[in-house]
Design a protein around this ligand. Structure first.
Ligand code: SF4
Length: 218
């Protein structure tokens, strides 16, 4: 079967999703990118090294808007969006500054992340997101450091300190950004009460979500 062109943006529910990179500092056990062969519900998310520029993303988002408005722009693809922090923030800045019309300045901008940005960049990057990112969903998945390690499988440089750095990221996001959720993939192995307690301690809202493979098979 002929491979479709890589999708930089794709629609899902009420949102336009942005596939900014395939680079990721974790290899989560529940990631479906391999099982689904880089396809996500009919979109080919394999960028094959050709990462889009902010101008590319905005041009495609405008095109999509013309074919029908969407409720939010979501940075979420097969890769960790904050690996391209500057590009992500540049896209958000263009929208919020009114330089991406007809996309409205008020368009809600969400980041789905594994929360390792502070660890990867070696600084607290959350203040840079203030006024640009409206909502952040951090895939934390466990309140237990050993379980986090087993589920998220971070690459070596972030294995030892990753869990604490993700917690720091969540705490900062809860303080500085309008909305912060911590998410967990539902499984019998997770202590959901402890997970919810940790979310509350970090100032975030907990959210449990179904495992994608359970939702549909490819
Ligand atoms: S953070 Fe996302 S892209 Fe990266 S391995 Fe986990 S699920 Fe896959």
């Amino acid at each position: 079967m002929e491979k479709t062109e890589p999708s930089i943006v794709y629609r899902y529910k009420n949102g336009l999703y942005v596939n900014l990179t395939n680079s990721c500092p974790t290899a989560c056990v529940f990631c479906v990118k391999n099982a689904w062969k880089m396809d996500y519900r009919g979109s080919n998310l394999n960028l094959a090294g050709a990462e889009p520029s902010p101008a590319d993303v905005i041009a495609l988002a405008k095109e999509q808007w013309a074919s029908g408005p969407f409720g939010e722009l979501v940075f979420c693809g097969y890769g960790e969006p904050t690996m391209r922090l500057e590009a992500m923030l540049a896209c958000a800045r263009m929208i919020k500054n009114g330089r991406a019309e007809p996309l409205p300045r008020t368009l809600r901008i969400r980041l789905n992340t594994n929360g390792l940005a502070n660890a990867v960049w070696g600084r607290n990057v959350v203040p840079e997101m203030k006024g640009l990112i409206d909502s952040v969903h951090v895939s934390l998945n466990s309140a237990d450091p050993a379980q986090w390690l087993a589920l998220m499988r971070p690459m070596a440089p972030w294995a030892a300190t990753g869990f604490e750095k993700v917690k720091e990221f969540i705490r900062e996001a809860s303080l500085l950004l309008p909305e912060t959720f911590v998410t967990a993939v539902e499984s019998g192995e997770i202590d959901t009460e402890k997970f919810k307690a940790l979310a509350a301690q970090l100032g975030a809202e907990p959210r449990l979500r179904p495992r994608l493979e359970a939702e549909e098979k490819r």
